[in-house]
Design a protein. Structure first.
Length: 281
């Protein structure tokens, strides 16, 4: 167990190092703002599946096969888009201490926004008899006015093959988040994290949690990719029937949210006690 804990707590001392690793004596206002936004992003990531579930039980909609399918739910679809755009906007605006952080965060932020504006396809409701939803239709004014399915397109499809845009954006977002947890958040900056030749306890604990979060995110991405690309029709049918995509997406979002709550210093027992190390991940 000690060997496993040590492996999870370890981090790179070579890559993703800031150009100026000198410890700061005080936290700048910019860092304070970024921490506050990191906490908000973590809360939104935690809250997204919870809000969708509450809307399912108390609204006139169905329990969708995935979080993405809530795009088509009345009212909840607006919340889904808004929360993802907030996460995406933060990731685009986020400034790290290494240029690769900035580039990766930009790509992930664009991915989050693309997930919101390029919806997945399909009703996502299984055999539910009836439910309220918003769909893509063709409206023809007149007397009487008529509404019909858009030609050559499903009610639950923005345009042909849009699900490929959605899946690619989701993959880019979550793969980046998993890698970010495992490498960038775990990086060890000697000037901030090493005391008397030893890694400080708070950084060690943070790295263990970051490792778990990154592993959970990438595991969920791998499983969802396997289901989408390799699994048989019978497996996919059983998977959708049990809403497993929703649960795996929730696990990935909660792992992402937890990592950013820790980065925002919301959990006291994981925070550094000295101002010299307080700015580090």
């Amino acid at each position: 167990m000690n060997q496993i804990a040590s492996a999870l707590a370890s981090g790179t001392t070579t890559y993703f190092q800031p150009p100026d690793p000198t410890p700061a004596l005080a936290i700048s206002n910019e860092k304070k703002i970024q921490r506050r936004l990191a906490i908000l992003v973590g809360c939104v990531a935690f809250g997204l599946p919870i809000v969708m579930m509450i809307g399912t039980f108390y609204g006139n909609t169905c329990f969708r096969q995935s979080i993405s399918h809530y795009y088509y739910a009345q009212f909840l679809g607006t919340l889904f888009v808004g929360m993802l755009v907030f996460i995406g906007g933060f990731l685009i605006a986020y400034t790290g201490e290494h240029w690769l952080e900035d580039v990766g965060s930009l790509i992930a932020g664009l991915g989050a926004i693309c997930i919101a504006i390029f919806p997945t396809t399909g009703v996502g409701c299984g055999n539910t008899a009836a439910f309220l939803s918003r769909v893509f239709v063709e409206y023809t004014p007149g007397d009487p006015a008529t509404v019909a399915m858009v030609k050559n397109r499903d009610y639950f499809q923005l345009f042909e093959k849009v699900e490929h845009f959605h899946s690619f954006a989701a993959g880019a977002l979550f793969i980046y988040l998993g890698i970010y947890c495992l490498f960038v958040m775990k990086r060890i900056i000697p000037e901030r994290h090493i005391r008397d030749g030893q890694l400080i306890d708070t950084k060690r604990r943070r790295n263990v949690v970051y490792s778990i979060c990154g592993i959970v995110i990438l595991f969920c991405v791998a499983v969802l990719g396997w289901v989408g690309l390799v699994a048989s029709d019978e497996v996919v049918a059983a998977w959708n029937r049990n809403h497993m995509t929703f649960y795996f997406e929730t696990a990935a979002l909660w792992a992402f949210g937890l990592a950013w709550l820790i980065k925002g210093r919301l959990i006291p027992w994981l925070n550094d006690t000295t101002p010299q190390a307080a700015m580090a991940p």
